[in-house]
Design a protein around this ligand. Structure first.
Ligand SMILES: NC(=O)C1=CN([C@@H]2O[C@H](COP(=O)(O)OP(=O)(O)OC[C@H]3O[C@@H](n4cnc5c(N)ncnc54)[C@H](OP(=O)(O)O)[C@@H]3O)[C@@H](O)[C@H]2O)C=CC1
Ligand SMILES: Nc1nc(=O)c2c([nH]1)NC[C@@H]1CN(c3ccc(C(=O)N[C@@H](CCC(=O)O)C(=O)O)cc3)C=[N+]21
Ligand SMILES: [Mg+2]
Length: 304
């Protein structure tokens, strides 16, 4: 069997950002509309700090307005809610993202519920989750949206395919399953209590792994020719023992890539697969939110 086709999320994301940049330029010149994104980071989590910096840079590169609020880890829930409320009422801001995880003393659900659903570019508010599940226009969570764009680009006709999603979180697994269902896939959602996970995965034409366990999905869990979307971002010790001893790390997915690549028909790498799509879709959602708030038609080429 030939090696799997590598799904180039990094390249696809660069193309999407270019289309977003062109759309932003159009909105500015024809509607005097500049989409604005506010990212809120509470505390010092180093991984989160990198993503937040990338989000700010890529937002500005696309010609959008970008603000980042870095708050101390000791910030109270009330202070955070006040900031969210201020951003809800700021007409220059069309999208609000509060980086997760939040420190333990803050109720994340209370904060997410305080975001104006029209500015909820993460798509985590119950109003957007509900709209997605009943098939109304919604802001769709960025990671599943990005996975879906890659799938539609990879597979000609998704209808009737058996999609298995491993993971049922509100931010990845559940909305991913909703989007696959909307695309007429037959969807199985697996999780930590699923019996015979390997056997169920082996039935998948499309396998989405969003588990958070390094290289859990093995090559013999994958059907010959299946499309594998690896959402996992797991930091593990560097391959070189000396480097590992010095604390160096590398990133791997939830799928054992080396094994999977000789069985699958197509697969996303980690890094360079789903991750870059997540940030590009955040920019896309911000443009979508800005257009809806201004009553301007959505630009073509930046959605599903
Ligand atoms: N590329 C990107 O842009 C993004 C990547 N991620 C990455 O995706 C992964 C998943 O993230 P997220 O959904 O937030 O994680 P969560 O921890 O919220 O959810 C993990 C899910 O996996 C299930 N699970 C855990 N262990 C097993 C197991 N042994 N067998 C089967 N299922 C299992 C859990 O089941 P149960 O519900 O029963 O506990 C749960 O539903 C992480 O690696 C994360 O870093 C996340 C967001 C964006
Ligand atoms: N409110 C909120 N929304 C999120 O969307 C959100 C969040 N909180 N908390 C953390 C997770 C994780 N996440 C990623 C974004 C980009 C990459 C990414 O760009 N990855 C690159 C680089 C990986 C690297 O080298 O670090 C890649 O996979 O190629 C990964 C993961 C968004 N998340
Ligand atoms: Mg990736």
């Amino acid at each position: 069997m030939a090696e799997a086709r590598i799904i180039d999320g990094k390249g696809f994301a660069a193309g999407l950002r270019a289309r977003i940049g062109a759309a932003v330029e159009q909105l500015r010149t024809t509607h005097a509309l500049v989409p604005g994104l506010a990212v809120v980071l509470v505390g010092e989590d180093p991984a989160s700090a990198i993503y937040v910096r990338n989000k700010g840079e890529q937002t500005r590169e696309a010609g959008m307005h970008s603000v980042t609020h870095r708050l101390d880890a000791s910030t109270s829930q009330d202070e955070l809610l006040r900031l969210v409320n201020q951003l809800n009422n700021d007409p220059s801001i069309h999208g609000i993202l509060v980086q997760l995880p939040l420190p333990g003393h803050i109720d994340a659900q209370a904060v997410l519920s305080a975001i104006d659903p029209a500015k909820d570019v993460d798509g985590f508010h119950v109003v957007n989750a509900g709209r997605l599940s009943v098939g109304l226009p919604a802001l769709v969570p960025c990671t599943p949206l990005g996975c879906m764009m890659l799938l539609k680009d990879t597979v000609k006709d998704l209808r009737g395919m058996h999609a298995v999603v491993v993971g049922r979180s509100n931010i990845v697994g559940k909305p991913m399953a909703q989007l696959l269902l909307q695309a007429d896939c037959t969807v199985t959602i697996a999780h930590s209590r699923t019996r015979d996970l390997a056997g169920i995965c082996r039935e998948a034409d499309i396998l989405v792994a969003a588990v958070g366990r390094p290289e859990m999905v093995k090559g013999d869990w994958i059907k010959e020719g299946a499309v594998v979307i690896d959402v996992g971002i797991n930091r593990v010790p560097a391959r070189d023992p000396a480097a590992a001893a010095a604390g160096k790390t590398r990133i791997v997915g939830d799928v054992c890539y080396a094994e999977a690549a000789s069985v699958a028909g197509a697969i996303t790498p980690v890094p360079g697969g789903v991750g870059p799509m997540t940030i590009a879709c955040l920019l896309a959602n911000t443009v979508t939110a800005a257009c809806r708030s201004a009553g301007v038609p959505l630009p073509a080429g930046i959605g599903l």
